[in-house]
Write a protein that binds this ligand. Structure first.
Ligand SMILES: Cc1cc2nc3c(=O)[nH]c(=O)nc-3n(C[C@H](O)[C@H](O)[C@H](O)COP(=O)(O)O)c2cc1C
Length: 309
């Protein structure tokens, strides 16, 4: 099983639908997290529903059963059969409030949230996306003891601690230890950037149910394809993905400014494939008008020979 990792601002529904139509090969697409706003309510796009051609899993960031249940009920109403709880987000603004990976030192709070949630018997599967801990990678072992008592659908584990953010290496030896004591299905995540990385992880951890990929797939959307890839083929597929994404943004009815922001995000990771991509991307980020945007895809797509990939 291969899952697309949620990345706030990048892995939007229009992007996922474009990816599925032009590239595919993904079993589940996870939304970036939803959380309650200052008024205490969740805000969802009208387009967030289950009836697309992709298997979309909505994600929530919370630390209490009330919001977890509200989210679950809303997702049920939108036709979803599965949802994901984020206990891995590393950002201090989040973590300092006992949310995301900031909740991992408090296994008792996780237990209370899940006890109350499962008592409500809401008919939706709940999976969890976690890190190893906030400051201490050993947090995960107390958390697993708690999680093992609940019918968690599956556990996605990114084996870093919160304070690392994305620096340093994932700790795959601790991933293996968790794999041995976790009683359910496990999905590994973190720094899988090539097909070789994926194969290496698959053969090292036979018992993992699958792998979740984020930045690697955004950078090289053809990462999973086994075919021989010329730079011309890569550029053509990237162009198709870009064009389908733009079309979806229009169909979703986004305003021009929003479309421009989405398109800027689209380029952030793929621009790393081009020899002078970072320079072009820096200029693109300063663009204020959709009218000026169209110079940039040309700059990228006309560079078939300079591609690093
Ligand atoms: C900009 C950015 C935004 C992210 N947003 C989310 C999010 O909303 N929910 C979540 O569970 N993880 C989020 N992540 C973490 C990724 O899902 C993933 O766990 C992480 O990038 C490691 O996987 P990768 O090396 O394959 O990218 C985010 C990561 C980045 C870099």
């Amino acid at each position: 099983m291969i899952y697309f990792a949620p990345l706030q601002s990048y892995t939007t529904l229009p992007y996922y639908l474009a990816f599925h139509s032009q590239i595919g090969g993904i079993d589940k697409y996870f939304t970036p997290f939803y959380r309650i706003n200052k008024q205490g309510i969740f805000e969802f796009e009208s387009q967030l529903k289950a009836d697309y051609s992709i298997c979309l899993i909505p994600q929530v960031l919370t630390n209490n059963s009330k919001d977890l249940a509200t989210f679950a009920q809303e997702m049920l109403n939108r036709g979803f059969k599965e949802m994901n709880l984020n206990i891995g987000c590393p950002f201090p603004m989040v973590a300092n409030r006992h949310l995301g990976s900031g909740l991992l030192p408090y296994a008792d709070e996780i237990k209370q949230m899940l006890d109350e949630f499962y008592n409500k018997q809401i008919p939706i599967k709940l999976s969890i996306k976690s890190r190893l801990g906030w400051q201490d990678p050993m947090d995960i072992f107390s958390v697993i003891q708690v999680l093992n008592d609940f019918p968690i659908h599956e556990l996605i584990l990114h084996p870093r601690i919160g304070i690392q953010k994305y620096k340093g290496e994932p700790d795959w030896s601790l991933f293996e230890k968790v794999l041995n004591i976790w009683q359910g299905d496990i999905i590994g995540n973190g720094d899988i950037n090539t097909i070789e990385d994926l194969k290496e992880k698959q053969s090292s951890f036979n018992d993992a149910k699958g792998w979740m990929l984020g930045r690697g797939l955004l950078t090289n959307p053809l990462l999973l394809s086994e075919e021989e890839q010329s730079s011309g083929f890569f550029l053509k597929k990237l162009q198709n993905l870009h064009d389908a994404f733009y079309q979806n943004l229009l169909e979703f009815g986004y305003a021009e400014g929003q479309i421009l922001n989405h398109l800027k995000c689209f380029w952030e990771y793929p621009s790393k494939n081009f020899s002078n991509g970072e320079r072009i991307f820096r200029k693109l980020k300063k663009t204020g008008k959709m009218h000026d945007y169209w110079d940039f895809p040309k700059l990228f797509f006309d560079q078939a020979l300079e591609i690093i990939y």
